[in-house]
Design a protein around this ligand. Structure first.
Ligand SMILES: *Cc1c(COP(=O)(O)O)cnc(C)c1O
Length: 302
């Protein structure tokens, strides 16, 4: 294994009277426990890409993200472990001279060279694979924002294989940022089972297009066994409304599992909301993929 990880990750049942009343069974797929420094879906998406980079003799990896990007931090940790240099383009010029937040501090501690650019320049650089910066990066693999590409999708497609006995009553649920994780899960499901993505940002239509494009890139076709819920993003990326905070804290207290707020809390909240609305049929078994760790835990480990 390229970056040794605890696979398969644990699968645990959640006994909850609220869900039981709706006839919905919930299990957690604990991908947050996969690797100490490269959590959850980031490990699954990065390892096939970095294996490819090493096989091609590349010496560096570069990518893009916001100030709180888990992808940047995970890429830095993985690159360091494999002896690759790493470069990160960060959205937000104004952050250059400010004290680093814990996420960027961790990326820098793992040797990632950060460049801070304005919003417009950032969009342009994402669209051009680094533009003029690419010349400085040497023999470098450039990963898209969020790390979602065809290889990443093949990586996350391995996840359903760790869930034996999936069938028509099963829904495998995950949060959706760029859609790579959802695309892989949907592609890896056996016939009858379905994937449910929960958007963590406003992106109705756009995100579906991204998932279709990733499926075409990875498999040459689209899939019809998935959908995205757009009712639980809380307004925008990173925003945690009071009701969501209360829900997540309550879940942590009742079940003793830390709930990462930007992604996992929104997906979990959606499962409860949809169950309460009757939008998940009685008899449904939901497997929620815990894609990452709460920030405080992630930073203390890296
Ligand atoms: C990055 C991230 C996601 C989003 O995954 P995509 O493949 O970009 O949709 C979900 N959950 C967590 C915890 C993440 O860090």
């Amino acid at each position: 294994m390229l970056l040794p990880a605890a696979l398969p990750t644990p699968l645990t049942a959640v006994a909850d009277p609220v869900l039981a009343r709706a006839g919905v069974e919930l299990r957690l797929k604990r991908d947050d426990l996969l690797h100490p420094a490269v959590p959850g879906n980031k490990w699954r998406k990065l390892t096939p890409n970095l294996a490819h980079a090493l096989a091609e003799g590349r010496t560096a990896v570069a990518t893009f993200g916001g100030a709180y990007s888990t992808h940047l931090r995970a890429t830095a940790a993985a690159a360091r472990a494999l002896g690759l240099a790493s470069f990160g383009i960060v959205r937000g010029e104004e952050l250059a001279d400010r004290p680093r937040n814990p996420s960027l501090a961790a990326a820098e501690a793992d040797g990632m060279a950060l460049e801070f650019v304005g919003r417009g320049a950032y969009r342009h650089l994402v669209g051009t694979g680094g533009g003029p910066y690419a010349e400085r990066w040497g023999n470098c693999l450039v990963l898209p924002e969020g790390g979602s590409n065809a290889l990443a999708v093949h990586g996350t497609a391995a996840l359903p294989g760790e869930l034996p006995g999936l069938g028509p009553r099963d829904v495998v649920c995950c949060a959706v940022g760029t859609g790579g994780t959802l695309a892989g899960i949907a592609a890896g499901l056996p016939p009858g089972a379905r994937a449910l993505g929960v958007a963590v940002l406003r992106g109705e239509g756009y995100l579906e297009g991204e998932v279709d494009a990733l499926h075409r890139a990875a498999y040459g076709r689209t899939f019809a066994n998935w959908r995205i819920d757009h009712g639980h993003h809380g307004g925008r990326y990173g925003r945690v409304p009071a009701a969501l905070e209360e829900f997540a804290a309550g879940f942590e207290q009742r079940h003793g599992v830390g709930v990462e707020r930007r992604y996992v809390a929104k997906a979990l909240h959606a499962v409860y909301g949809l169950a309460a609305q009757g939008a998940l049929a009685a008899g449904t078994r939901v497997t929620l993929v815990v894609t990452g760790l709460p920030d405080a835990v992630a930073v203390s480990r890296s």
